[in-house]
Design a protein around this ligand. Sequence first.
Ligand code: G4P
Ligand code: NA
Ligand code: NA
Length: 194
Amino acid sequence: MKLLEERIRQEGLILSDTVLKVDSFLNHQVDTALALEIGREFGRIFAGRGITKVLTIEASGIQFAMAAGIALGVPFVYAKKKKAVTLSESVYTAPVHSFTRQETYQISVSQKYLGPADHVLIVDDFLATGAALVGLVDIVRASGAKLAGVGCVIEKSFQEGRSLLENKGVEIHSLARIASMAPGEVHFIGNETV
Ligand code: G4P
Ligand code: NA
Ligand code: NA
């Protein structure tokens, strides 16, 4: 997605060879028009597939899942990282290992909002190590829902997330794929999106 690549070039702060800060338009302050355009792009990629629900994880996947849900005319659900105080509901859970924080936490989705009748599109902001996305894929499979694929806003292709998901048979579409980066420069892999 050219528009997104341009914004990354203009406003992205490359903090090291592996960390990209996009707080001015994606991760802290959110450019709402760009978020909606990102949603429309996911909508175009997954059109006609019979998607019934978009799934993401809190916090920074939410605005893109909402935008994709608007484009596809379906609800979105976000997995929670903390156990709800009200433990009355049955939930699907999956462990996620955070490499940045060196800890494992549980993510959960109520069984009320995901089931065998669903056809799910998973959306997230970053595809990095893929740990959180693997957790979401495991939850979709545990629910009996069908998985259409994963849509990521930014993929750091030099990290292992894509191959981890591909090994699980997951279809992945990323709107900006970064082959490599260093302070002051970023190299994208060409892709099918506009
Ligand atoms: P992950 O690949 O499963 O997300 O795990 P990892 O431990 O690699 O990343 C930890 C968090 O950092 C994740 O957010 C992930 O989206 C985010 N992240 C990874 N690489 C980058 C990067 O280059 N830039 C930015 N801005 N974020 C990155 P999270 O823990 O799910 O938190 P949240 O922000 O969604 O609440
Ligand atoms: Na995220
Ligand atoms: Na994040």
